[in-house]
Write a protein that binds this ligand. Sequence first.
Ligand code: FAD
Length: 473
Amino acid sequence: MASTILWFRRNLRLGGNAALQQAIATGQSIVPIYVVDELDSGSASRWWLHHSLASLDADIAELGGQLIIASGDPGKVLPALAHEVDAQAVVSTRRLEPRAALQESQIRRALGADALELADDCLLNPPERIATLTGSAYKIFTPYYRAASAFNEPPLPEATPANVNWFAGPVDSLALADLELLPTSPDWAGGMRDYWEIGENAAHRRIDSMAENISDYALGRDLPAFDHTSGLSPHLHFGEISPAQVWHAIVNSARERGLEDAAEPFIRQLYWRDFSSDLFYHFPTLPESPLRDEFRAFPWTEDPAALQAWQRGQTGFPIVDAGMRQLWHIGWMHNRVRMIVASLLVKHLLIPWQSGANWFLDTLVDADLANNSAGWQWVAGCGTDAAPYFRIFNPIAQGKKFDPDGTYVRRWVPELRELPAQFIHEPWTADEFTKQTSGVRIGKDYPAPVIEHKRGRERALEADQLMRSATTA
Ligand code: FAD
């Protein structure tokens, strides 16, 4: 009996899964497989993937099936499996990384051009759909958003099927543990384990809670001390929930309560996600090369000691250190703080944005090549839609504005816990008595700033000027 292979990629769910629906529509038995490959990199992401696969396997088992797990090049693994289970078709969801496209063409070469069917449900709109009047890609978010959000509502996602005709025959599978996705130091994952629940059901619990609290999003989303954002990014990255599911959950709930305006700032973020993927699709070198050519002449510096201080949350700027330690402990950082820490690295410290992006890719559970690269290029000023380089965040002022009483800093930088709020974002300015009674000796209990803010700002402006003269010379 012929079968169909359901190749799970960044769609690790059963509800609202277009590829699963396509597989069911073939009327053949379904062989569900995940192939761990070179695209599954990043220590925190691999940790998440381990648990996400475990959760998917349990959900498939509830419907009477078993997830096959393999490792290697999908371009080779899937044609071999197709031969073994007599499959005429492989269905999956599309990925935009250039290496993913190579895998897809390898499978088509081996099994026939029509043998691979790809659903397009990782984004609200596939990148080809939204184009300017002249047919080119949008480079600026606002007109992109206007064009993309004018499109029809995303199709209503299908519910989880009640029955699936899984392939009955035996198929070799690796055990999850064989994949060695978990970090070798279990201590490191402790914070992530405590913080996250992983899998499709957990993603739905998060979206339900976001829908309920949508009125707090617009004002609260910039305050890192509170949970006013959804925390859905790793679930969306791995496809434990689709953007269309998120869209419908939020918009329908808001409509029922007359809160459409409150939902808009949140839905807008889903379009930022689409926009980043759109940029990546049209500019595949986004992770490595600046989108603005003049940045090729930027005088970046290599400063391993400063990079390490930044990675370890020891820069002496409390809001930055809080963010970097939050990242290390739970594999996630608040969006506002991502912008502040990234800015310190590329502007005050003049360290190439790619070094910061690589650290994020290794330590974020939501590490996403498109969103991360677009985020870093935006902060560094070299993205198509970026704020100009000469707009330099002041990490002290940012801290005071977005964490006014220092709750966020105290949570992640415990050595500053006793400092009064007026000094929490610039502890070196506290008088000797306050420093003593708060147990903060600068340079001993907590580092002095890695560079003085004013000096960092001047140096960044000089570097910007150097780049401009190099490109106009
Ligand atoms: P919410 O505010 O609840 O937003 C809902 C969803 O919208 C998010 O889950 C996410 O999928 C999407 N979203 C929100 N903001 C953005 C944005 N600015 N760009 C693209 N999509 C967005 N996001 C990642 O998913 N992976 C990354 O690797 C990543 N790296 C980043 C690096 C830098 C330097 C910066 C400035 C931003 C980066 N972001 C990245 C975007 C953003 O910080 C996170 O998506 C957001 O903090 C996730 O938290 P949340 O789910 O609570 O977001």
